[in-house]
Design a protein around this ligand. Structure first.
Ligand code: COA
Ligand code: AMP
Length: 660
């Protein structure tokens, strides 16, 4: 494997090439690396590209031919599975644990070595090849947090098939929407997931989704777990174990660096999810670079991202990132609390000698709520742990300080999104850790030129809020387009400010360039680190026959950061008790979006506040709910509607009476 010496090389190029400099110079190093990445992107990324193995060197590092659609390493060829699995075996890491599975919900723990991973993945890939799954075909993976889910992703990568993992907490109709868009040749699934509340059968959801979808699904490979046995559908379903045990292994197929590795659907402002497309070459390079330089992880280290493979964190930092650099990744099927107690994270870190740990602020808030004094921490020896990384939602300073005080380790907030695939702003813990400022994910990472703009596209002064954008080109590893919908990619991200990518986040930058990400500028909400679209909630609630109109907003929640809250206007002449209506609406959301939506807050309102042109004032309602200052827009149709909202929200326990 290539030497992971990039950071030292890079430091030398900045002219700051003394022996490891002290903390006071780290800010300079970060800035110098950042400047190098922007002024000489070809040099910077060609150097980073040494972190992975190539079958054919690229013709161009940055290809600007189709700007504003850029590509990286065009003409290059590689295989992501080879880089994540085979090369480690070839270089003597076969006996090292690649995936450490820890499942408190099933009371199971075991490690899978790189040798075993290679055997599993190459046989599964062999099976897929044998049934005719070819390079470029899509494969949907609807599976829980078990090692087979990682095998499935890597097997797709091995033969050049494009995987699309769908989070297990989504309902059948969400899965159906993704099936319709991705048009998979094959679906890989398991009989069930296991949640603290019990076993969640996946098979009925899968069957329901296939019934709902307009795409003809030819085959499903079903992994029967011991917790729940699923009956296979004749003529369509195949038993995973039987299929794989008799399959022959297959070698990695070379793909173009620019070929898609996966499509991951994420919430947009409308109900239709966006299929974020990730390539092979740039993705491998960026993730390998980030493992070393941001997360301080190299071969043989143990890394744990406590997320789910259904989200981008799971793609980048449970599966691909750690495996690309020959580390051990910990795959955890459980929760921070209740499985069985708030000490499970700490005991797991201690037992498996985790060096860097990544979770969402919500998880820390949950632990803090159940174990405020950190009693469960006291009996654990966490000397192995160097850094706690937090992302997925804004990290409030209280949560950050609580974790810092209890752990006595650096707690690093960092900011990114499904679209970017890896951190946009972070503290480079593997090369030059800088001062932590609570509430800030620190500085833009090399490769990302972040600016804060006003509505006219002017850069706002330090400390002033605006739209957070990234100057094009985005670095390797970021989205290349939206699946089968380039126009939506251009319209959603590149059209508001030509030459820039719109992140959809609002915030500000301080004098030193530290970013502060405060909120979304669109209708996306963040519930326990899960990104959801209020537009989708509204679509679903409108399906109820009693509902004439609805607005869904995200309101502050102490545990989950935000919760969805629905305000519904009923059709005339509807006679339903509040209780009945609540129950039916909550069930509707659960059935159509899924339990992960955590939808429980809903109330009837006489009329929604709107502008004269009919735009619902969701932003103003959110401010009222969260007791923030607000100003009714001059274009409001009926100012009294805001009073109505305030009264309803106050009754629901939001918007106290002190608001202006
Ligand atoms: N499959 C099936 N159902 C799932 C699921 C999955 N993969 N993931 C979640 N659900 C269900 C849960 O069982 C729960 O259902 P319920 O309403 O029947 O109880 C519902 O979806 C909400 O789950 P969750 O968001 O996990 O909330 P919770 O109230 O059960 O637990 C926390 C609260 C704080 C412990 C939990 O939200 C958590 O661990 N947060 C960390 C978030 C995180 O890691 N995010 C990753 C982004 S980087
Ligand atoms: P997702 O695409 O699901 O990863 O969600 C990305 C969104 O989550 C971002 O656009 C932000 O709105 C929010 N987010 C993620 N990390 C952070 C962070 N560290 N600070 C503030 N917001 C964050």
């Amino acid at each position: 494997m290539s030497e992971l010496t990039l950071n030292q090389d890079e430091i030398k190029k900045t002219g700051l090439d003394e022996a490891r400099p002290d903390l006071s110079r780290h800010l300079e190093i970060h800035q110098a690396l950042h400047a190098h990445s922007l002024t000489q992107p070809d040099d910077f990324w060609a150097n980073a590209a040494k972190l992975i193995d190539w079958d054919k060197t690229w013709d161009k590092v940055l290809d600007t031919q189709n700007a504003p659609l850029y590509s990286w390493f065009s003409g290059g060829e590689c295989n992501t599975c080879y880089n994540a699995v085979d090369r480690h075996v070839e270089q003597g890491r076969g006996k090292q644990v690649a995936i450490q599975y820890v499942s408190p919900v099933t009371e199971t723990e075991y490690g899978i070595t790189y040798d075993e991973l290679l055997a599993q993945v190459s046989r599964l890939a062999g099976y897929m090849d044998a049934i005719g799954v070819k390079k470029g075909d899509r494969v949907i993976i609807y599976m829980p947090m078990i090692p087979e889910t990682a095998f499935a992703m890597l097997a797709c990568a091995r033969i050049g098939a494009i995987h699309s993992v769908v989070f297990g907490g989504f309902a059948a109709s969400e899965l159906a929407a993704r099936i319709n868009d991705a048009k998979p040749k094959l679906i890989l699934s398991a009989s069930c997931g296991v949640e603290p509340s019990g076993v969640v059968p996946y098979k009925p959801l899968l069957d329901g989704a296939i019934d709902l979808s307009t795409h003809d699904v030819e085959q499903c490979l079903i992994l029967n777990r011991s917790q729940y046995h699923a009956e296979l559908t004749k003529g369509r379903d195949v038993d995973w174990q039987t299929a794989v045990s008799s399959a022959r292994s297959i070698a990695c197929q070379t793909v173009a660096a620019t070929d898609p590795l996966y499509v991951l659907y994420t919430s947009g402002t409308t109900g239709q999810p966006k299929g974020v497309v990730r390539d092979n070459g740039g993705h491998g390079v960026a993730l390998a670079w980030s493992m070393k330089n941001i997360y301080d992880i190299g071969p043989g280290d143990t890394f744990w991202a406590a997320s789910d493979v259904g989200w981008v964190v799971g793609h980048s930092y449970i599966v691909y990132g750690p495996l690309l650099v020959g580390a051990t990744t910990l795959l955890f099927e459980g929760k921070p609390i209740g499985t069985p107690d708030p000490g499970i994270f700490w005991r797991t870190i201690e037992k498996y000698r985790v060096k860097s740990f990544f979770t969402a602020p919500t998880a820390i808030r949950a632990i803090k709520r159940d174990d405020p004094d950190g009693d469960f921490l006291r009996d654990t020896d966490l000397t192995c742990l160097k850094t706690l990384f937090l992302a997925g939602e804004r990290c409030d300073p209280d949560t950050l300080h609580w974790a810092e005080d209890r752990l006595g380790k650096p707690v690093i907030d960092h900011w990114w999104q499904t679209e970017t695939g890896w951190p946009v702003a972070a503290n480079l813990m593997g090369v030059a850790p800088i001062q932590v400022k609570a509430g800030s994910p620190a500085l833009a990472v090399p490769g990302f030129e972040v600016e804060v703009l006003d509505e006219q596209g002017e850069v706002v002064p330090a400390g002033e809020s605006g739209n957070v954008v990234i100057k094009l080109p985005l670095p390797p590893g970021t989205l290349t387009t939206l699946w089968q919908n380039e126009q939506r990619y251009l319209d959603s991200y590149l059209s508001m400010y030509p030459g820039y990518y719109l992140t959809g986040d609002a915030g500000y930058m301080d004098e030193e360039g530290y970013l502060y990400i405060m909120s979304r500028i669109d209708d996306i909400i963040n519930v326990a680190g899960h990104r959801l679209s209020t537009g989708r909630f509204e679509e679903v609630l409108c399906q109820h026959e009693a509902v004439a109109e609805v607005a869904v907003i995200g309101v502050e929640d102490k545990l989950k950061g935000q919760l969805p809250l629905g305000l519904v206007v009923l059709k005339k002449g509807v006679f339903l008790s509040d209780e009945e209506l609540h129950r039916e609406l909550i069930t509707l959301v659960r059935e159509h979006i899924g339990p992960v939506a955590s939808f429980r807050l809903v109330s009837v309102i006489q009329k929604l506040p709107k502008t004269r042109s009919g735009k619902v004032l969701r932003g103003t309602m959110r401010k009222i709910a969260d007791n923030q200052e607000y100003k009714a827009p001059a274009t409001i149709e009926d100012p009294q509607t805001l009073e109505l909202v305030r009264n309803v929200l106050t009754r629901m326990g939001y918007a106290d009476a002190l608001i202006p």
